[in-house]
Design a protein around this ligand. Structure first.
Ligand code: SIN
Length: 525
């Protein structure tokens, strides 16, 4: 290990939650180091967000009810209150005023006229609010269907120009520095060197767990790092069984890359048809294609099993005009959207994570978690569409402000964990091979519908894998090995929590409690 660094606030990860935490801490005059293992903005899930960011329009009570209903009644009501009451101010202050994001329909941004109201309706000179599944009103701010990058890139640029903030790319946190129940920073690998970064507060913002699954809408590198590191340091982790699948990812063939086909497309009128050409969702739920995601995902999986494929029929809308980016992705794969887009469920979002309070504080002093790696309780067992960027923003700001409360003294330099490099014999593709095994077992045993015997099988495989990884970690340090370790710990937590919870709710569907989702007769039968 070489030298060491100190900072007031270390943020690990550079999605919207981490950037919001960095901004809040910088506004308090703190020095902030944002360490991200990515080398490009596209490495963060926030960049990929399509649909948008929900805000509270006139009827806040209805927004609360929609979040709770989508969660199957399991959302934490205090967390819902925190989100809804802080949503508009956070969006106006940071996204509109500070970053200058120009959401669709924003008259003020396009003609410099009066401020556009977050509560005004369409046609009142207000934003062009979108609708997605399980929202009972149009309340989603968006920039086309590529909202994430229009928020994320200006956010990175703003912080890059801000005194006191450094965003360091290709910088992976390997392990937290912990002493007597307090976290003092992390060992960070950057440019081939490893060094402890001591921090008054450490904010985990490492995103999701898509790399644990063979099909995911997350970018590569979503290996559950924050959750794995926090769990190994002894922080509480909760609700890990609630893994949300998105019902309409492009059903990639062979080596093709998949991509998300935003729920906004169904919000604009697209319908789902099975391999026999039948529209099936009305038989599963009264809200049909706009039912909660878990319901639509299980129905799509069942219809694919029964009829071979499911197509998203975009003929009710001007697909190429309204969703040019998606039309381009279809064209790249030789898909003519007028024939329907083949879709399948893919892992999308982890509702659980490192347990935090309303300021992003974990159970360990000095350690915060925000964004997808955190569990605020907001989503309960199932997340409402377009609330993830908002949650990251609101909790990021709160965590960054709280993390700045200390007196700014030099962070304590306790002994960092010893990361060893004694055994050069780690096979080159060791992590790649083990990741394949990990994904195979999550696919077979810890997917949309869960059988307890299969969950037990997964537990056995993952325990053995953890044993192998641990024995390498005792003698060898490499970024890919640590990612594998984090992914294995995270996979074990998902599996253990899924086994411990025998109640089917939201995204967690136990086959010993209910039947496998069978295709139901269509409304026309
Ligand atoms: C989508 O655009 O369908 C994804 C939005 C979300 O996950 O909230």
């Amino acid at each position: 290990m070489t030298g060491h660094e100190t900072t007031d606030v270390l943020v690990v990860g550079a999605g919207i939650g981490g950037l919001a935490a960095a901004l809040a801490a910088a506004r308090e005059g703190r020095d902030v180091l944002v360490a991200t293992k990515s080398t490009r903005p596209e490495g963060a899930s926030s960049w990929w967000a399509q649909g948008g960011i929900a805000v509270a329009r006139d009827d806040r009570a209805q927004f609360r009810r929609d979040i709770v209903a989508a969660s199957d009644g399991t959302a934490d009501l205090d967390a819902v209150e925190t989100l809804v009451e802080n949503a508009n101010e956070a969006v106006s202050d940071v996204l509109v005023d500070t970053l200058g994001v120009s959401f669709d329909g924003d008259a003020a941004a396009s003609d410099g006229s009066t401020e556009t109201s977050l509560t005004a309706g369409d046609g009142d000179g207000g934003f062009d609010f979108g609708r997605e599944a399980a929202h009972s009103e149009d309340r989603i701010l968006h920039v086309g269907a590529a909202t994430g990058k229009h928020v994320h890139v200006p956010f990175l640029n703003h912080l890059d120009d801000r005194d006191g903030v450094e965003i360091r790319t290709d910088a992976a946190a390997l392990e937290l520095i912990r002493h007597e129940g307090r976290v003092h920073g992390a060992v960070v690998e950057s440019g081939g060197e490893r060094a402890p970064v001591y921090a008054g507060a450490t904010v985990l913002a490492t995103g999701g767990i898509g790399d644990l699954f063979p099909r995911s809408t997350n970018p590569a590198g979503a290996t559950g790092d924050g959750i794995g590191m926090a769990a190994l340091a002894g922080a509480d982790v909760t609700d890990m069984e609630y893994v949300q699948y998105h019902p309409t990812a492009y059903a990639a063939d062979g080596d093709e890359d998949g991509f998300l086909v935003s729920e906004a497309v169904r919000g604009e009128g697209a319908v789902l048809r099975n391999g026999d050409g039948e529209r099936f969702m009305p038989a599963y739920h009264e809200d049909a294609e706009l039912a909660p995601r878990d319901v639509v995902s299980r129905a799509v999986a069942a219809e694919r099993r029964a009829t071979g494929e499911v197509l998203l029929d975009v003929s009710p809308l001007d697909f190429a005009g309204e969703f040019p980016g998606l039309a381009e992705k279809c064209a790249d794969r030789g898909v003519d959207p007028t024939d329907g887009i083949p879709v399948a469920p893919a892992e999308h979002f982890l509702c659980g994570g490192v347990a935090v309070d309303d300021r992003g504080r974990t159970s360990l002093d000095g350690l915060y978690a925000v964004g997808e790696c955190a569990c605020t309780g907001l989503h309960g067992a199932n997340r409402l569409a377009s609330t993830s960027l908002l949650e990251g923003l609101v909790w990021g700001l709160r965590a960054g402000a709280d993390a700045s409360r200390g007196d700014g003294d030099d962070p304590e330099r306790v002994a960092p964990p010893e990361l060893l490099d004694r055994d050069p014999a780690l096979p080159d593709d060791f992590a790649r091979q083990k990741f394949r095994r990990l994904r195979r077992v999550t696919d077979e045993c810890v997917g949309i519908e869960r059988d307890p015997d299969e969950l037990r099988r997964a537990l056995g495989v993952l325990r053995r894998l953890k044993g192998e990884v641990d024995s390498y970690v005792r003698t060898r340090t490499s970024r890919s090995l640590y990612e594998l370790r984090n992914a294995t710990v995270t996979g074990l937590l998902v599996t253990r929590h899924a086994l411990a919870n025998d109640e089917s709710v939201g995204t967690h569907y136990r086959l010993d409690e209910g039947e496998a989702t069978e295709p139901r007769p269509t409304a026309d039968d």
